[in-house]
Design a protein around this ligand. Structure first.
Ligand code: F6R
Length: 242
């Protein structure tokens, strides 16, 4: 695992956008996986700007969504589906045929997860997975205590995840569970890029990067990923000692 520390959110977001662009320039058919949330929003804004300025072509890449809220209609403001379409796919001209997202309205969770796993295998795995970190150390919806061996699965969400998740929605939305790619899939991604910004993330970043590898802090597993890259701003890195 490598770490990069940036002065602020804007320079962090710019560097992350550059890495996505570079990945697609080097491999136009790259398989990408995107999280949603506050942290990557700046990256997605700058990625759209840079892609337009550089006439980058995303026409051959393939994109997976990292996770989704269960039981929330996809078009609702705040779902991973809606956010990724708005912030990533539309601005980059990525067509629906180039995208596979979890169906949060599924009535058959095992089949939905199997479809996701098979699709990832069929595409040859993920080249670049862009993920965030929750205040409790989750990545995607892999909550503390999760098995490191899991692929796509449904997860009961912790109170802190539900509380911060509620802020993504424009109106109060009942949420309790999510679908997520598993840590086994993120560990196999050719690059797993974890973004962290702000002082609120400093305690969990310290645990994830400098504490023991434990399922109680799911992001700590990235210490064992040779090509994991943690990009963070100074505020998020403030508790690091090494
Ligand atoms: C969202 C996701 C979550 C977030 C995490 C951090 O798709 O996968 O794991 O990345 O909760 O969220 P923010 O960036 O809003 O602090």
């Amino acid at each position: 695992m490598k770490q990069q520390i940036f002065n602020d959110y804007e320079t962090l977001s710019s560097a992350a956008a550059d890495l996505v662009l570079e990945t697609v320039k080097q491999n136009p058919g790259a398989v990408l996986c995107f999280a949603t949330g506050n942290t990557p929003a700046g990256t997605y804004r700058l990625l759209a700007e840079k892609a337009r300025a550089q006439a980058a072509d995303f026409g051959q890449c393939f994109c997976f969504g990292l996770d989704e809220w269960l039981g929330v209609p996809p078009e609702k403001n705040g779902t991973c589906h809606q956010i990724l379409h708005e912030q990533v796919f539309k601005p980059l001209g990525i067509q629906s045929s180039q995208v596979h997202l979890f169906d949060g309205m599924t009535t058959d969770i095992p089949a939905e997860c199997k479809k996701m796993n098979e699709m990832i295998r069929q595409k040859g795995g993920i080249d670049l997975a862009l993920v965030g970190i929750g205040l409790n150390g989750h990545i995607g919806f892999n909550e503390p205590g999760v098995s490191f061996a899991l692929e796509a699965h449904a997860q009961e969400l912790h109170d802190s995840t539900l509380a911060s998740g509620q802020h993504y929605f424009s109106e109060p939305t009942p949420i309790s569970r999510g679908l997520t790619l598993g840590l086994a899939q993120l560990m196999k991604a050719r690059i797993t890029l974890l973004l962290a910004s702000g002082s609120g993330k400093a305690p969990i970043i310290e645990k994830a990067l400098e504490g023991p590898v434990t399922s109680e802090v799911p992001a700590s597993l990235l210490q064992q990923h040779e090509r994991a890259l943690v990009m963070m701003d100074k505020a998020a890195a403030a508790h690091l000692t090494k």
